[in-house]
Design a protein around this ligand. Sequence first.
Ligand code: DX5
Ligand code: ZN
Length: 226
Amino acid sequence: MSRPYELSPSILSADFRILGEQLTTLENAGVRWLHIDVMDGQFVPPISFGEPVIRSIRKGCSLFFDCHLMVEEPARYIQSLKDAGADGITVHAEACRHLDRTLAEIREAGLKSGVALNPATPVSCLDYVMDKTDMVLVMTVNPGYGGQRYIDAMSRKIRDVRRKLDEAGYPDVPVEVDGGINAETIDEVLEAGASVIVSGSAVFRGDIRANAQKFNEKIAACAHRS
Ligand code: DX5
Ligand code: ZN
């Protein structure tokens, strides 16, 4: 089995005055992915950042840019995000009128495609798009803000998505989790079947290097077991 097992730190919680330094710290700590939360003030209330920031941090950074679009009709931004340096684009099922086509367009652009599900969105909306999906993002909080509490019912949803992908013949498609993942919740999500772990506040608060290494130890141990 070769599905990715990765920590994907969310720069939403970074210190933007010293963002470049913090990214270097993550790379030196053995991190390979970076989670980039793009928000449009429509799909979610806040506005975060977009292409100019991505283009800027792309210089001198070899991390996999895991772009999470909390944006209405995200198909409009595939090409410009690719040009800015995105490696993967994850779109919300709730934000796409034509989810199937949007996923196809992400792959046609040469990027990895992801589908994100809000906490209340049923897993059945994956039923007819799994052949176009490289990753499923289970939101474990309602999107829009860092530092929220993990929604307990999402452990069952992670299991349901993992089982659905396995039964449909996609064991290499990872389940990513995002929101409220910290020292208290990491074991539970790994045990439920998540393998790409987003964390914002629990990575960037305090000692970034030590935080990333602690997460990576748990993720590597889980990869080893499976
Ligand atoms: C929330 C974002 C998350 C956020 C997670 O809408 O998608 O990526 O940064 O932050 P924490 O890990 O602090 O819950
Ligand atoms: Zn996110």
